[in-house]
Write a protein that binds this ligand. Structure first.
Ligand SMILES: Nc1ncnc2c1ncn2[C@@H]1O[C@H](COP(=O)(O)OP(=O)(O)OP(=O)(O)O)[C@@H](O)[C@H]1O
Length: 253
């Protein structure tokens, strides 16, 4: 569902933020993209959703190339950036109506019902008629989530989705993401530097460091197959430069 082939981004000034990433995330998989600050996670996601042009390589979603067939690909993508832009002067419901217009969803009862369903699912049912300007950070995250799900994407990208959420909202988010994968076959790609999130809900985790994938597997594989034990230890060891060389061979062999 989500495919990257040799995906590379070198910024002006020479920083190679993503270096020949090749990766495939099938429908129904919850994939965690785990890496320390500056690893290149946001740059990768922006290329996968078509917001940033790769220096080389390509990305496809649902079989559509993000460069050559960008419209078709974007119709199938939901994206929640780490700092989502929302219109402060609109109410939650007005905002979702506006997003539905952008996606060309016909106005009418089914659309209003879908908006109500999403507001309910995200515990925003009582807030739909309040101005977004009055929302807390967590409520904004949820509103961004609702707007990303409205057109029923096949692939959902979330950049650091748990930042700013309280524990019960994190629990709710995890349940929602699991359901999207299991019941709707959505491929979910989330970036995080929170090991707990990756270990608990992701089917597979890619550890990303300095623009490269240094380990890939289920949380259990990454921990049990490693002499290091816990995912946290694996992560720390893999992202500590001194240990990277030796471990890349172990983990990817
Ligand atoms: N517009 C830009 N121009 C130049 N360099 C950039 C730009 N955006 C990001 N970078 C650099 O690319 C590298 C990867 O950044 P990126 O934001 O993709 O990492 P990240 O893993 O998302 O980090 P974080 O977890 O801190 O958000 C960093 O060295 C960063 O300084």
């Amino acid at each position: 569902m989500i495919e990257a082939a040799g995906l590379t981004k070198t910024y002006d000034g020479g920083v190679r933020a993503v270096d020949a990433l090749t990766l495939s995330v099938p429908a129904g998989e919850l994939f965690g993209f785990l890496g320390p600050n500056g690893a290149g996670k946001t740059t990768t996601i922006k290329m996968l959703v078509g917001l940033l042009t790769p220096t080389s390589g390509s990305a496809r979603v649902a079989g559509y190339d993000l460069q050559a067939q960008s419209r078709e690909a974007k119709q199938r993508i939901g994206y929640i950036p780490d700092n989502p832009f929302l219109y402060e002067k609109l109410t939650g419901r007005e905002f979702l109506d506006f997003i539905a217009d952008l996606y060309g969803m016909p106005a009418g009862r089914p659309r209003a019902q879908e908006i109500d369903r999403l507001l309910e699912m995200l515990d925003l049912a009582g807030k739909g008629d309040q101005l977004i300007g009055s929302f807390s950070r967590g409520m904004r995250q949820k509103m961004a989530m609702a707007s990303a799900l409205l057109h029923e994407p096949k692939a959902l990208f979330l950049d650091e989705p748990t930042v700013g959420l309280d524990p019960s909202s994190i629990r709710r988010l995890k349940d929602i993401l699991r359901n999207l994968c299991r019941e709707r076959g959505v491929a979910v790609f989330l970036s995080t530097h929170t090991l707990e999130v990756a270990a608990e809900i992701c089917d597979r985790v890619g550890v990303f460091h300095r623009g490269k994938l240094v380990a890939l597997g289920s949380p259990a594989e990454l921990t049990h197959d490693s002499a290091l034990g816990r995912l946290e230890d694996v992560f720390l060891a893999l992202t500590e430069s001194a240990a990277v060389g030796a471990l890349i061979e172990t983990e990817l062999s």
